[in-house]
Write a protein that binds this ligand. Structure first.
Ligand code: URA
Length: 249
């Protein structure tokens, strides 16, 4: 390499999968933060090693603590419906949390607990190098969009601070699905907000010098989805998506 030449880091799917699994293995036996004392299982996060989109929630709840997987309770079911409304599937993104162990009684995570888990999130971001980080709720928003208010910035994006580990990502703010479960208005707003996500991904790809023009045709189909009211109300399951559905891949 000559002086001044850029270093282009390339990793394969298998290398990313292995790196993510190595982080997950550390998280499962971690005793750094005081939340580790009360957990049944740590919840490292999971998802596709090739994804361009990482969802970051707050912390595991009861069901997640029992299963060791993120967003598998009622909030997770809503997250899956939100993803389906733009033609995406949970296994195509990566889903994790600010804290990797359940706060007792689902209380808010405390600053020392967030700090204890931050290196894991940073490493997950460095491995995946996502184009978009979707923040779910206040605590995740505070990490990637510090100083903002969720009621003012939901459905908007800004550059994620590179110090988080997200080298060149847009941070897109959504309400937490648990808040949407408590309020039909927040739930409706959440469907509106997530409808903007494919366009933000296109913009992020453009900023990173990607193939925005090629993906526009795919993402345009998903920009203004007509969401059936029964799906919004949780009365029907999201449709099984065929191989030709507009997806991330
Ligand atoms: N709420 C979160 O913030 N994360 C989960 O994994 C589940 C519920």
């Amino acid at each position: 390499m000559t002086a001044g030449e850029a270093t282009v880091e390339t990793t394969t799917t298998e290398q990313r999968r292995a790196a993510l699994e190595a982080i997950a293995a550390e998280v499962r036996v971690c005793s750094r933060g005081k939340l580790a004392q009360g957990r049944t299982n740590a919840v490292p996060g999971e998802g596709h090693p090739d994804t361009e989109v990482m969802f970051v929630g707050e912390g595991p709840g009861q069901t997640e603590d029992a299963q060791g997987r993120p967003f598998v309770g009622r909030a997770g079911e809503l997250l899956v419906r939100l993803l389906a409304s733009i033609g995406w599937r949970r296994q195509e993104v990566f889903i994790t949390n600010i804290v990797k162990c359940r706060p007792p009684g689902n209380r808010d995570p405390e600053p020392d607990e967030i700090a204890a888990c931050a290196p894991y999130l940073q490493r997950q971001l460095e491995v995946l190098d996502p184009a978009v980080v979707v923040t779910l709720g206040r605590f995740s928003m505070a990490h990637f969009r510090p100083g903002e208010r969720i009621t003012q910035i939901h459905g908007t994006h800004a550059s994620a601070p590179p110090a988080t580990g997200a080298r060149e990502a847009l941070a897109y703010a959504l309400f937490h699905p648990a808040a949407a479960l408590r309020s039909p208005e927040v739930e409706r707003q959440s469907y509106d907000d997530i409808a903007g996500l494919p366009r933000v991904l296109t913009e992020a790809r453009t900023r990173r010098g990607g193939l925005a023009a090629v993906v526009t045709a795919t993402t345009d189909q998903a920009i203004s989805p007509a969401v059936p009211t029964e799906l919004l109300a949780g009365q029907i399951e999201p449709p099984e998506l065929g191989d030709d559905a507009p997806t991330l891949f």
